[in-house]
Design a protein around this ligand. Structure first.
Ligand SMILES: O=C[C@H](O)[C@H](O)[C@H](O)COP(=O)(O)O
Length: 307
C-alpha cells in the first residue's frame, strides 16, 4: 500500500487538534541501509523464511495469518515448506489476509467460525515498529483489531519485519499509534488522545478517490496519534509515568487509550507473550515470543522475548 505524507486542503479550516490528514507514510528508515525496494522485499522474504522454518509446526491444525506486505512472504514460505497444508486451517486477520490465504490454495476459517476453545498453534504477522522489549506498533496498514484477536488466541505470536522496524523505543522512527474507534465517537476520542499528550492526532483518510475517513474491516475509523518516543518498563523501574509532556511507558499508554469509550482497539501490542499467558493460566498473548528482522546485508536477526 502506498502511504504518502500529504494533507487535504480542508485541514487548515479545522481546529488544529481535529485536522484531517491523508495517511502518513511509513517513515523513511533512519538506521537502515536498505535503499531500494528490492532490498527491502528481499529482507522481508528472508525474515519470513527463517520465521516459518523455526516456528511452523509440521502438523499445524490452526495458524493465524496477519496482514500487510510482509505476511505475503510468510504464506509463500509456508507453501514452500512442502508440508501437508490440507490438515491446517488458516485464520485471517482481515480481508487482505483472507484473500492471501485463499489465493495460495489454503483453507481460511474466519475467527468467529473457529470451534469454541480452539487455540491456534501459532500466529504470524508483521509490525510497523518493534522496541527492545518486543512491544510492537501495528495498524499502519489499517488492520489491528483482528490481528490482536488472533495473536491472543494463539500459543505463540511470531513477528516478521525488515530492519527499518527495529528501533530501541516505540515511536523512535514510526510516527504515530493507530487507534481503531467507533465512528460516532471519533472526535471525542481525538480530544481525549490530545489530553493524553498526542500531538495533532488525525482521522486517517481514504487514499483513493472516495472522500472521507478510511474504514476498517469492522467499519470503524482509525485515528493516527503521534506521541513522543515511548519508554520501556526498565526505563521507569516499575514506577508509574504520569504521561507528562505526552511521554508514556508503553503498557501504561496502551491501557489509558483502551479505556477511552469509543476505542475498539489500540495498535500497541505489549504485555504477556503466549507462553507467559499460558503459565499464568490464560491463553494467548499479544507480545511476540520472537521477532525476525531481515537485515540489509541479507542476514536475519532474531530477537526473542526474555521477560
Ligand atoms: O495494519 C497492518 C498491520 O498491522 C501490518 O502487520 C503492519 O502495518 C506491517 O505491515 P507491513 O508488513 O506491510 O510493513
Amino acid at each position: 500500500m502506498g502511504r504518502l505524507f500529504c494533507f487535504l486542503s480542508p485541514r487548515s479550516l479545522l481546529p488544529p487538534r481535529l485536522r484531517l490528514s491523508r495517511l502518513p507514510l511509513s517513515p523513511l528508515p533512519r538506521r537502515s541501509n536498505m535503499s531500494t525496494v528490492s532490498d527491502i522485499e528481499a529482507a522481508k522474504r528472508a525474515a519470513a523464511k527463517a520465521a516459518v522454518a523455526n516456528h511452523y509446526p509440521k502438523d499445524a491444525r490452526w495458524v493465524g495469518i496477519g496482514s500487510g506486505t510482509t505476511i505475503v512472504y510468510v504464506v509463500e514460505a509456508i507453501k514452500a515448506l512442502g508440508v501437508d497444508t490440507s490438515i491446517t486451517r488458516y485464520v485471517p486477520t482481515g480481508y487482505q489476509s483472507r484473500r492471501l490465504i485463499v489465493n495460495a490454495g489454503l483453507t481460511a476459517v474466519e475467527f468467529d467460525a473457529i470451534p469454541a476453545g480452539t487455540i491456534l498453534d501459532v500466529a504470524f504477522d508483521g509490525a510497523d515498529e518493534v522496541d527492545d522489549d518486543l512491544n510492537c506498533i501495528k495498524g499502519g496498514g489499517a488492520c489491528l483489531f483482528q490481528e490482536k484477536l488472533v495473536a491472543m488466541q494463539s500459543k505463540q505470536f511470531i513477528c516478521v519485519a525488515d530492519s527499518r522496524k527495529l528501533q530501541s523505543r516505540l515511536l523512535d522512527n514510526w510516527k504515530y499509534i493507530p487507534v481503531e474507534v467507533a465512528p460516532i465517537a471519533a472526535y471525542r476520542v481525538l480530544r481525549m488522545l490530545t489530553e493524553l499528550g498526542a500531538v495533532d492526532p488525525v482521522l486517517r483518510q481514504n487514499m483513493d478517490a472516495k472522500e472521507g475517513p478510511l474504514k476498517t474491516d469492522q467499519g470503524f475509523f482509525l485515528i493516527d496519534a503521534p506521541f513522543p518516543p515511548m519508554l520501556l518498563k526498565s526505563d521507569v523501574r516499575g514506577g508509574k509515568v504520569s504521561g507528562k509532556a505526552g511521554v508514556w511507558e508503553v503498557a501504561e499508554l496502551a491501557t489509558e487509550i483502551k479505556a477511552i469509550s469509543g476505542v475498539l482497539e489500540v495498535g500497541i501490542f505489549s504485555g504477556l507473550t503466549g507462553p507467559q499467558a499460558a503459565a499464568a493460566g490464560g491463553i494467548g498473548g499479544q507480545r511476540p515470543v520472537a521477532v525476525y528482522f531481515g537485515m540489509p546485508d541479507g542476514t536475519v536477526s532474531v530477537r526473542k522475548a526474555t521477560a
